[in-house]
Design a protein around this ligand. Structure first.
Ligand SMILES: Cc1ncc(COP(=O)(O)O)c(C=O)c1O
Length: 468
């Protein structure tokens, strides 16, 4: 048996080997193609990760929305230490949890309108499941349709996955569709007329409309007109409006919650990621008083959505502190300050390298660039690439982006992530607590990658990984 110490001391080859034998055979093959995938990162602090041999790496992934307060924020660490040192428990459901009580009050305090009733779970997808259930229950199971956009991403469990548009490409297995929950209809993103048309088509029997006020996987917003018209339609037809702010919340995209930008308030909002202060796996769906009372406000309703692990004291205490940090360290103001910088610098790069960069997009601290779709020069190298990779229709776009990420990491000790919902986007997504001068320096370094040329990076990447 491995002990904690033995696990902590594993080298990367041993980690690959154990993954291959006991967890996931393909992940070592995928990660092994990247310099950062062959590292161990035992430590992180603020906007930085540290390799085992002490290299400092700037985290332009922002921990995929989890690290808005930075890694290992001292206040978060202090709360978690105190929790352990005081011998607290809070894992029982036999008595009420004071940290849950205080956390729900904090959420009601920072959310607009009367979004006052919080249910806690452990992942974003589960919060979406919870929102689906409460919305369905609100209408007493009389309505059968739920709307999602053609750009949506709400998670990968069966219910949330039914609301996520498209199916994830699985290399080697082409497309694969899991079963869906019934009654899911798709509107065109940011198009209120298409929402209205669907509501008419099913004669008003829609129980909920899911909206991402800012879609973090495509870096596009649901605009003011869309949000206001959909809110109006929901009021007219008594449909529940659900916002997914799992990624965009907690100042990631500027305001504390993106819904504040146009002042449109939903009936239910889903939260996660930085709700946990970078340490806690916690999520929530928060509903208005009316939705809560109607759906679950009875003895029978009190246990309609709970799980063993939901609302553990340690998770709630961490989230409670995260919300205090959000307010006291003015994360929104800092995100909006970084937004200006990211806009200016990425705009300038797109202007300077139009043959490589097609466009930039983003809000707050979540930005990205899309590369020009020019791949002819890579064709000769494709003969060396296993067919399972090439089957992915986005393979060449992904090669360009991942090769740029690899080059950037090697050149500038900066780690980035990419998303591939519709477009393949290379993300620049610093935590809102990052130092603006540092973000500026790192973006200038990305100019060096473009100076080399992403085509050359991609050709090198293919040669290195597939021709040996
Ligand atoms: C907008 C959005 N909704 C839902 C989810 C699902 O969250 P989780 O991965 O915690 O299930 C994500 C995850 O990235 C997300 O970005």
């Amino acid at each position: 048996m491995y002990t904690f110490e033995a696990a902590d001391n594993l080298d990367i080859k041993e980690v690959f080997d154990l993954y291959s034998r006991y967890s996931n055979q393909e992940l070592p093959n995928i990660y092994g193609k990247f310099s950062f995938g062959r590292e161990i990162f035992p430590r992180a602090s603020g906007a930085y990760l540290y390799t085992r041999d002490g290299k400092e790496i700037f985290d332009f992934t922002g921990g995929l929305g989890v690290a808005n307060m930075g890694h290992n924020h001292p206040r978060i660490a202090k709360v978690r230490k105190a929790f352990l040192e005081r011998g607290y428990t809070e894992i029982h459901k036999n008595y009420l949890n004071r940290f849950l009580a205080a956390l729900s009050a904090n959420l009601a305090e920072i959310l607009p309108g009367n979004l006052n009733y919080s249910f806690f779970c452990n992942s974003g997808a589960e919060a979406v499941e919870g929102a689906l259930k409460i919305a369905y229950k609100y209408h007493g199971a009389i309505r059968n349709f739920v709307l999602r956009s053609d750009r949506s991403f709400h998670g990968k469990t069966l219910g949330a996955g039914s609301l996520s548009y498209g199916d994830n490409f699985v290399a080697g297995n082409a497309r694969f569709s899991f079963q869906k929950i019934p009654g899911v209809l798709t509107y065109n993103f940011n198009d209120p007329d298409s929402v209205r048309a669907l509501v008419e088509e099913v004669n008003g029997s829609v129980y909920a409309i899911f909206v991402e006020p800012f879609s973090c996987s495509t870096l596009t917003e649901s605009g003011e007109r869309f949000l206001k018209e959909v809110r109006k339609l929901c009021d007219e037809r008594e449909i529940l409006l659900v916002f997914d702010e799992i990624y965009s919340g907690f100042a990631k995209c500027g305001p504390n919650f993106y819904m504040e930008k146009y002042g449109v308030i939903p009936d239910i909002v889903c939260l996660s990621k930085s709700l946990g202060g970078g340490k806690s796996s916690i999520s929530a769906y928060v509903s208005t008083d009316e939705v809560y009372r109607t759906a679950y406000g009875t003895v029978a309703g009190a246990l309609m959505h709970s799980t063993t692990y939901n609302s553990f004291g340690e998770e709630c205490a961490t989230a409670l502190e995260a919300i205090n940090i959000l307010a006291e360290e003015r994360l929104s103001e800092r995100a909006l300050n970084l937004e200006k910088l990211l806009r200016d610098r990425l705009g300038a790069l797109v202007q300077k390298y139009p043959s490589q960069l097609k466009e930039w997009r983003g809000a707050g601290t979540h930005f990205g660039v899309i590369f020009q779709p020019k791949f002819e020069f890579l064709q000769p190298l494709l003969q060396f690439v296993p067919i399972t990779f090439v089957q992915d229709p986005n393979f060449l776009r992904k090669v360009i982006v991942t090769a740029a990420i690899e080059e950037y990491y090697d050149r500038a000790q900066t780690i980035c992530a990419f998303t591939s919902n519709q477009d393949v986007i290379l993300n620049f997504s610093p935590p809102p607590v990052a130092d603006p001068d540092e973000v500026d320096r790192r973006l200038q370094k990305f100019g060096e990658v473009l100076e080399t040329g992403v085509g050359i990076c991609a050709a090198n990447f293919l040669k290195k990984n597939f021709t040996r």
